[in-house]
Write a protein that binds this ligand. Structure first.
Ligand SMILES: [Mg+2]
Length: 440
């Protein structure tokens, strides 16, 4: 075995004992444990989408550490592009004003999708999800629309509509009133969520047209609405899924029920506090009976949606990428300081992971103005937002690795004479040796 001392040495090598022929082994062991252990344990970490053995030098340790001075590039560009996915960070996007404007994709949004799907210099895929206030269509229908606009396949699991959080309440109520949207779409969506008995304003008006004397049902509404005997029906909750197409009539019905005895149509509470709870998804409003609606809207809606968003990312990590934990950092990209940025910042205050707000200039926010709620960063477009998040993660990774290196380079050294000159040998203390053995 050739000794490393046969070759010119520029810096200190590592010495485990007093035998020069152990130096190469010690250095190899040390480098592997530090470099490889760090690469596998630090964020952003990468996980193969399949169970295939990682093939990058950093992950399989096949390459000599002497030729791997710094782990900067995770995978060789052009190779394994579809095999690795970042498991430590993800993106969540508002849609209108960020990805789509006026019904058409913002050009940079199409590019951003390509970057997220692996067309980046690191060759990694990054999980992402969409969040929109809009409603009135199923998640599948909405993501079909967006897939066409962004030229990328989007799964319904990646799509959080304004009314998606209401799906969690389907098991809590038997009979509910669902308001908003076109025709029967919201009834259909509610039923798909698992709501067992869904009533629409049309059902109530068809049963008793005097309920809303100034609203007449259209022929289609008359055909689809279901008249029934409401005398023994208890409406346990009201869900406003989307924009009402007739607020006057719908609000009349909502108020009648809010003032009723326990959600029974035609009754009036003496205390006006016996009505069913009312939940608004549109405009990010979540309103509970007895609570100030505006206050509830501003404080609770972002939590509700982002909590569902967090759960969706967690599910995606587990089911699509075989990861056992949600991302450490979620970059939320929005165009509206009052909702997107405020909601993200509020959610981040008590989230277990880091929700990082990014404001773009392609929508509501006007460049040059002071945003009412401060994002962590403001960029021009969603493509800039994606690149910012990726580079931030990579820089954090480098910083962590750099922070560990001084401990090694500042070690005491021992000069050894081998007949060809003096060579500096780093001397490891027992404590450091122990840390290395433990892979710290
Ligand atoms: Mg928006």
């Amino acid at each position: 075995m050739s000794s490393p001392l046969d070759q010119p040495q520029k810096g200190p090598s590592f010495h485990r004992g007093s035998f020069t022929d152990e130096i190469a082994n010690a250095r190899t062991d040390l480098s592997r444990k530090l470099f490889l252990g760090d690469a596998l344990g630090d964020t952003p970490s990468l996980s193969p989408t399949t169970s295939a053995t990682p093939s990058t030098p950093e992950l399989d340790g096949s390459e000599s550490p002497a030729t791997t001075p710094e782990i900067e590039v995770i995978v060789t560009p052009g190779s394994e592009k579809q095999a690795l996915v970042a498991d430590s960070f993800a993106f969540a996007f508002d849609i209108d004003g960020v990805l789509v404007r006026g019904g058409r994709a913002i050009p940079e949004a199409i590019e951003a999708m390509k970057v997220l799907n692996g067309d980046n210099k690191y060759g990694i895929k990054i999980p992402y999800i969409f969040l929109t206030n809009g409603g009135g269509k199923s998640e599948a229908e909405r993501c079909g629309d967006l897939s066409g606009q962004l030229e990328v396949d989007i799964s319904p699991a990646q799509f959080i509509c304004g009314h998606t959080p209401m799906s969690e309440m389907a098991s809590q109520h038997n009979t509910v009133l669902v308001v908003g949207g076109e025709g029967e779409k919201c009834r259909t969506v509610a039923q798909s969520y698992g709501f067992k008995d869904v009533i629409t304003p049309g059902d109530i008006i068809k049963t008793d047209s005097a309920t809303t004397p100034f609203r007449k049902l259209t022929p289609d509404e008359l055909k689809n609405s279901k008249a029934r005997d409401f005398s023994n029906v208890v409406i346990e909750a009201i869900f406003v899924f989307a924009d009402s197409r007739d607020w006057a009539g719908d609000l009349q019905i909502i108020l009648d029920l809010a003032m009723s005895k326990g959600g029974r149509i035609g009754t009036i509470s003496e205390t006006f506090d016996e009505g069913p709870p009312i939940y608004f998804s549109h405009n990010d409003v979540v309103c509970y009976q007895g609570q100030d609606a505006e206050d509830a809207c501003l404080r609770q809606a972002p939590d509700q949606h982002l909590r569902v968003c967090h759960a969706a990312l967690e599910t995606m990590a587990e089911e699509e990428h075989n990861l056992d934990s949600p991302p450490n950092t979620v970059y939320f990209v929005g165009d509206t300081p009052e909702s997107d940025i405020r909601g993200t910042n509020l959610f981040n205050e008590h989230a277990e992971n880091d929700w990082y707000s990014i404001l773009v200039k392609t929508g509501v926010y006007q460049d040059g103005t002071e945003p009412a709620y401060k994002p962590r960063v403001t960029v021009d477009t969603v493509l800039d937002a994606v690149n910012h998040g990726i580079e931030r993660e990579m820089q954090r990774r480098k910083d962590r690795q750099t922070a560990r290196k001084p401990r090694l380079t500042s070690m005491p050294t021992l000069s050894l004479e081998d007949g060809k000159g003096l060579h500096d040998i780093a001397v490891l203390s027992p404590a450091i040796e122990r840390e290395i053995e433990m892979g710290v």
